[in-house]
Design a protein around this ligand. Structure first.
Ligand SMILES: Cc1cc2nc3c(=O)[nH]c(=O)nc-3n(C[C@H](O)[C@H](O)[C@H](O)COP(=O)(O)OP(=O)(O)OC[C@H]3O[C@@H](n4cnc5c(N)ncnc54)[C@H](O)[C@@H]3O)c2cc1C
Length: 402
C-alpha cells in the first residue's frame, strides 16, 4: 500500500485545499438540521460550485462531465473535504454514489449522455425505489409490477424508505416485468422520472426527527421503455452492480467525517465536567475507548487506501469487499456512538449546542444525531445480518442459507 502522496497527488491535494479554503466561506453555513428544502438548495449550490471548478465526479469519465482522474485523487478530494468541513453530498447521494455509477457501467450511450452531466451539475436529484413493505432483506420478493403497453411500462405498486423521494427528479426503480419467472429472474431496472402522473410521495419521519425518506405509491405510472437499463428481466444483475457501489465506496466520506468527529469528541471529553473537578478525559476507561474507536476508524481508512491502491495496480477489489467494509464500518460507528454517549453523559439530553458563554458553544447535538444515524447505517443498503450472510457464503464458502 502506498502511504505517501505521489508528486502529482501532492500537487492535487494542495490545489484542492486552497480551493476549499477560498470557496467554503462563499457557500456560507449549512441550513438548520432537518430543513430538507433548504438543504436541497444548499447542496445543489455546492454541487454546481464543485462542477464549475472541475471537482465533480473526480473519477467519472471526462466525456460525461467528470474529471477523468484517478481513484487516489478521489480519496484525496474526500479527505480534504472532510478535513475542511465541506458539505457531504446530501440530496446528491443516490445520483452520484450509486445511480450514476450504475449508469456508467450499464446504461446505453444515450442514457449516459443525458443523465450523467445533469447529475454532476447538481441539476437532477435521484432516489432509490428498491425496498417495498414486503421486500427489504429479501429484495427479490418485490411485487411492484410493470406491464408492457406499446412503448411504455405501466407500473403499479408501492415502495418504502425512499431516501430523498421528496426532492428527486428521477428514481432508480426495480419492478417485476415477468411474474412467471423465478423470483430473481423477472425483475427490471428502470429510470423513472418523478414528475410522471400516478406517483404519490409521502414523507416518513426518522428516529432523528426529520424526513429524509418517504413512502412512494405508484398507480399506473407510464414509464417509457427507452428508460430500461440493462435488458428486460435482467434487473437483478443490474441491482447487484448498484449495491456494489452503494455498499462500498459510498461510505468513504462518512468514514472520513467520523474520523474528524473522534478528534472533536476528544476535545469534548477534555471540556465536559464528569463529577467534581474532573472531566471525562480524566477517566482512563473513557480515554482508552476513544483511542480504540479512533484506531478502528483508522484501520478502515487504511483498508480503503489499500483497496484503492490494489485496484489501481490491476489487482481488483476483494470479493464481497463492499459487504466487509459496510459491516465493519457499521460496527465501528455504533461503538463510536456508545462512547460519545458516555462522554456526553447528562449533556446528551438536548440536540442544541451547549452554550459556554461569550458566544462560544460545544457541538454536542452532532454526536447525538450521529449516534442515532448509526442505526440507519447498519440497516440501509442491506442489514448487518445480510452482510454477514454474504460474507459467510461468498468469502468463507459456508453452506447457503435455506
Ligand atoms: C436510512 C435508510 C435509508 C434507506 N434508503 C432506502 C432507499 O433510498 N431506497 C430503498 O429502496 N430502500 C432504502 N432503505 C431500506 C433498506 O434497504 C431496508 O430497510 C433494508 O434492506 C432492510 O429491509 P427491511 O427494513 O424490510 O427489514 P427486514 O428485511 O424485514 O429485516 C428485519 C430484520 O430481520 C433480519 N433478517 C432478514 N432476513 C434475514 C436473513 N436472511 N438472515 C438473517 N437475518 C435476517 C434483518 O437483518 C433485520 O434485522 C433505507 C433504509 C434506511 C435505514
Amino acid at each position: 500500500m502506498r502511504l505517501r502522496d505521489s508528486e502529482s497527488d501532492a500537487r492535487f491535494r494542495k490545489e484542492v485545499r486552497a480551493w476549499l479554503a477560498e470557496n467554503l466561506p462563499v457557500l456560507g453555513p449549512p441550513p438548520a438540521y432537518g430543513d430538507w428544502p433548504a438543504r436541497k438548495t444548499y447542496d445543489q449550490r455546492w454541487q454546481r460550485m464543485l462542477f464549475d471548478a472541475g471537482y465533480a465526479g473526480i473519477d467519472w469519465p471526462a466525456a460525461y462531465g467528470g474529471r477523468g482522474a484517478t481513484a487516489s485523487e478521489q480519496l484525496i478530494f474526500l479527505a480534504e473535504s472532510a478535513a475542511a468541513g465541506a458539505p457531504d453530498l446530501g440530496v446528491h447521494f443516490v445520483g452520484q454514489l450509486h445511480a450514476g455509477p450504475t449508469l456508467i457501467a450499464e446504461a446505453t450511450d444515450e442514457q449516459r449522455a443525458f443523465h450523467l452531466p445533469r447529475i454532476l451539475r447538481g441539476e437532477s436529484i435521484w432516489c432509490q425505489g428498491f425496498s417495498e413493505p414486503g421486500a427489504g432483506s429479501d429484495l427479490a420478493s418485490l411485487r411492484t409490477r410493470a406491464v408492457r403497453d406499446g412503448d411504455h411500462y405501466v407500473v403499479t405498486g408501492s415502495k418504502i424508505w425512499t431516501s430523498y423521494g421528496f426532492a428527486a427528479d428521477y428514481c432508480e426503480l426495480l419492478v417485476r416485468t415477468d411474474p412467471d419467472a423465478g423470483k430473481h429472474r423477472g425483475i427490471s431496472w428502470l429510470i423513472m422520472p418523478m414528475d410522471l402522473p400516478g406517483i404519490d410521495v409521502r414523507p416518513l419521519r426518522t428516529i432523528q426527527g426529520e424526513s429524509e425518506f418517504a413512502e412512494m405509491f405508484l398507480d399506473e405510472v407510464r414509464v417509457p421503455v427507452e428508460n430500461l437499463v440493462g435488458r428486460e428481466n435482467d434487473g437483478w444483475r443490474v441491482a447487484m452492480v448498484t449495491f456494489g457501489f452503494e455498499r462500498g465506496t459510498s461510505l468513504v466520506r462518512e468514514l472520513l467525517t467520523a474520523m474528524a468527529m473522534v478528534e472533536e469528541l476528544a476535545t469534548l471529553a477534555k471540556t465536559l465536567g464528569h463529577g467534581p473537578g474532573r472531566t471525562a478525559w480524566d477517566d482512563d476507561a473513557i480515554r482508552r475507548e476513544i483511542g480504540q474507536v479512533a484506531a478502528e476508524l483508522d484501520a478502515m481508512w487504511a483498508l480503503t487506501r489499500r483497496n484503492v491502491t490494489r485496484a489501481a495496480g490491476g489487482g481488483g477489489v476483494p470479493p464481497a469487499g463492499g459487504s466487509a467494509f459496510k459491516l465493519t464500518y457499521s460496527e465501528a460507528i455504533h461503538h463510536f456512538g456508545e462512547v460519545a454517549m458516555k462522554v456526553l453523559e447528562r449533556y446528551a439530553i438536548s440536540l442544541d449546542a451547549l452554550p459556554l458563554g461569550a458566544g462560544a458553544s460545544l457541538p454536542v447535538g452532532r454526536h447525538i444525531i450521529e449516534h442515532l444515524h448509526a442505526f440507519a447505517i447498519s440497516i440501509g443498503a442491506g442489514t448487518s445480518q445480510i452482510q454477514k450472510n454474504i460474507l459467510a457464503e461468498r468469502v468463507l464458502g459456508l453452506p447457503r442459507e435455506r
